[in-house]
Design a protein around this ligand. Structure first.
Ligand SMILES: [Zn+2]
Length: 165
C-alpha cells in the first residue's frame, strides 16, 4: 500500500514539474522578442506552410525549398517580419537539403537556443525580432566561420540586389 502511495505522489510531482516548466517556457519565448503578434494575426499573415515552420517550429522536407539552389545576389529576410537575416554572399552549398549560410548578416539578428527535441542536442535559430523559427546552426561549416546555418526556405523571403547601386 505504501508503495502505491509513493508512486502516486511521485506521479503528481512529475506532472506538476512538467506543467510548470511548460508554463515557464511559453512565458519566456513570448516576452523575448520586440515584435509580438497573436497566433491569429500570424495565421492571417502567413501561409499554412509558413505558419507550421515559423510558429510551430516545423521543418520543410529536404530538397523541396524554393531557395535551396537560389543563386541571385541580394539579401534573405525573415518571412515573418522582414528583418534582414543573411547576405547571399554567405550562402553556400552544403548538400544537406536546406539553404545554408556561414554567418548572419550582422550580429544580433538571430537568436539561438538549445533544442533538445527528437533525442538530439541542437542549436535552434530564430529571428531575433519576431521569434520565428528559422532552422538550426551547426559547428561543422566548411568555411572560415566554421558555422552552418541550416535554414528552411519557408522561413525566408528574398530581396534582390539593386543593380543600379
Ligand atoms: Zn522575423
Amino acid at each position: 500500500m505504501k508503495n502505491i502511495q509513493f508512486v502516486m505522489s511521485f506521479w503528481v510531482l512529475v506532472s506538476f514539474l512538467s506543467f510548470s516548466s511548460a508554463c515557464a517556457q511559453s512565458d519566456s519565448s513570448k516576452n523575448d522578442f520586440p515584435m509580438e503578434k497573436s497566433e491569429a494575426e500570424w495565421k492571417e499573415k502567413l501561409s499554412e506552410e509558413q505558419y507550421y515552420v515559423l510558429r510551430e517550429k516545423g521543418t520543410e522536407k529536404p530538397y523541396t525549398g524554393k531557395f535551396l539552389f537560389h543563386k541571385e545576389k541580394g539579401v534573405y529576410t525573415c518571412a515573418g517580419c522582414g528583418q534582414k537575416l543573411f547576405d547571399s554572399n554567405s550562402k553556400f552549398d552544403s548538400h544537406c537539403g536546406w539553404p545554408s549560410f556561414d554567418k548572419e548578416i550582422s550580429s544580433g539578428k538571430i537568436k539561438t537556443v538549445t533544442d533538445n527535441s527528437l533525442g538530439m542536442s541542437r542549436t535552434e535559430i530564430m529571428c531575433g525580432r519576431c521569434g520565428g523559427h528559422l532552422g538550426h546552426v551547426f559547428n561543422d561549416g566548411p568555411t572560415s566561420t566554421g558555422l552552418r546555418y541550416c535554414v528552411n526556405s519557408l522561413s525566408l523571403s528574398f530581396e534582390k540586389e539593386n543593380p543600379s547601386k
